[in-house]
Design a protein around this ligand. Structure first.
Ligand code: SAM
Length: 494
């Protein structure tokens, strides 16, 4: 079967979050459903040109596993794609008829969020919501601000979430009957993003995870996003008890060629005592090895007497106090652009960022006393080799009594003051290692590294970190040299 999708122009595409699923991915998604009832009530919310329902139907017709009828309900807001959607549905009808399956469909050209929020909220004046045995979804992806209509509608249904895709999934899961199945493709950001905690709770509290699939190559991230945004596919069943094990798979690209498939304890994916409910997704073998190494570490940052905070200087709030060049009564202001080969090169007068901030009563609360600090970038570019990029601030090279750390970086400190030098250099080696990078990538699909993520990592003990720091005579090591050093210490202590 093939479809001709006449989709929205580029600008509207962004507004609608319209990124159509490539056929191999749709086929793969359809293959994940388990046994279905005789008559399947299927939901396809944000249906686009119907690629997902089409793949679902193809699969049923091939499998011939006793399904007698499919009643498809499709929601699609974009009038420009409606004809293609209707055409695909008529085609599904023909294909099903040939396989002896009755296929009926209803296309709603309405806003799924608005309509279903009111119905899920059990509003007295609207009809109760429909229910479904199966849902297949590639929901639109767009941030929704606090006072947007979508957010207000969702709130009305008791759903508080900051992205359209999580809003869609939260509504869909409410429309499933117990035992109903959902196969979805979404950005991976909900797995560990701090703003998705409520959603994770909702998702994990109402859906049993059966399968998680990650696309490992960047080309497979077909959403047109500015930041690297990886997608995951999941198969989940409406219910309140997570299985003991879950299948995790990954493929190198959109063609669905699976490179790794493992059955792992669910408790490794969502740690039972994790209040944040992070969803860790191990994939390739390197990641498994990284996990083993990380599991052998038992020190928390707090037990090392170290804290990590986000840089306090939010530049647009302190605009009048910022200076392009250092001058009298200013102190250094450090941005990620000052990171250079593991150390801070300051000032950077040819750059676009200010280099200094006034040191006065107004700015002092946002400054820190100078000392040895370890800094990490909060946002890395796609080109950056690692997600965690750590850099040492050395008071010997940048002389000042006070400092400003800008908000796009995190800084490791000891009670608001600098760190022991060897400890800081040890942390530098550890955080810049491939082991940490691989471990981090298991649960983070985006390029942002928050202080919470760093706080939750397990670290080597203080003695190991200090010994590692003492051995590093220069910060300018190659990745291989640095990994070798870290592995020597981490494996030595196992
Ligand atoms: C990511 S696309 C996926 C389309 C299709 N399911 C596929 O996989 O090819 C999401 C679709 O949702 C539609 N959409 C966006 N907001 C919507 C809303 N509030 N209600 C219904 N559909 C919406 C968009 O027009 C777009 O076609």
């Amino acid at each position: 079967m093939s479809i001709v999708a006449i989709s929205a122009p580029r600008q509207r595409k962004g507004e609608l979050g319209q990124f159509l699923t490539p056929p191999p991915v749709a086929t793969f998604m359809a293959s994940l459903f388990g046994p279905l009832p005789d008559v399947v009530r299927l939901l396809d919310a944000g249906a686009g040109a119907g690629a997902l329902t089409e793949a679902f139907v193809s699969r049923l017709c091939e499998k011939k596993d006793g399904v007698r009828a499919v009643e498809a309900t499709l929601f699609e807001l974009d009038p420009l794609i409606q004809d293609a959607l209707s055409e695909t549905m008529l085609n599904c009808q023909r294909v099903c008829a040939r396989a002896g399956i009755r296929f009926t469909f209803a296309i709603h050209s309405t806003d799924f969020i608005r309509e279903m929020s009111a119905r899920v909220a059990n509003d007295l004046f609207v009809t109760p919501p429909p229910t479904f045995d199966a849902a297949i979804a590639n929901p639109p992806y767009r941030k929704i601000s606090m006072d947007s209509p979508e957010r207000c509608n969702l709130r009305y249904a008791g759903i508080e979430t900051s992205n359209l895709y999580t809003g869609f999934i939260a509504l869909i899961l409410r429309l499933l009957v117990p035992g109903g199945q959902l196969v979805g493709i979404t950005p991976r950001s909900f797995c560990n993003g701090p703003y998705f905690r409520n959603f994770r709770e909702d998702f994990l509290g109402n859906l049993e995870g059966h399968r998680l699939h990650v696309f490992e190559s960047r080309e497979a991230a077909f959403r047109d996003d500015k930041v690297l945004q990886e997608n995951i596919v999941f198969h989940a069943v409406k219910g309140r008890k997570q299985p003991r094990e879950i299948v995790i798979s990954s493929s190198s690209g959109e063609n669905g060629d699976i490179v790794a498939k493992n059955v792992i304890p669910f408790a490794e994916v969502v740690h039972p005592h994790d209040g944040e409910k992070f969803i860790h997704i191990p994939s390739a073998s390197g990641h498994a090895a990284a996990k083993k190494t990380m599991d052998s570490l038992h020190s928390s940052l707090a037990s090392l007497g170290v804290s990590v905070s986000t840089g306090r200087v939010v530049d647009f709030r302190l605009k009048s106090a910022l200076r392009r060049e250092p001058e009298r009564d200013t102190v250094p202001l450090v941005y990620p652009c000052h990171f250079n080969g593991g150390t801070v090169h300051w000032p950077k007068l040819e750059g676009r960022k200010p280099n200094a901030i006034l040191n006065n009563d107004e700015t002092r609360p946002w400054l820190v006393r100078s000392g040895v600090y370890l800094l990490t970038k909060r946002f890395t570019s796609k080109e950056e080799r690692r997600r965690v990029v750590a850099c040492l601030f050395d008071p010997e090279t940048v002389k000042a009594e006070w400092l400003g750390f800008e908000n796009h970086l995190n800084y490791f400190h000891s009670n608001g003051h600098g760190l022991d030098r060897n400890l800081a250099v040890g942390l530098f080696a550890f955080l810049n290692s491939t082991v940490v990078d691989q471990y981090f990538r298991r649960f983070s699909g985006h390029t942002q590294v928050n202080a919470t993520d760093l706080r939750k990592l397990a670290y080597p003990d203080s003695k190991t970190l200090k010994a590692m720091g003492a051995e590093m005579k220069t910060l300018d090591l190659s990745q291989d040299e640095l990994d070798e050093l870290v592995e020597k210490y981490l494996h030595g202590r196992r």
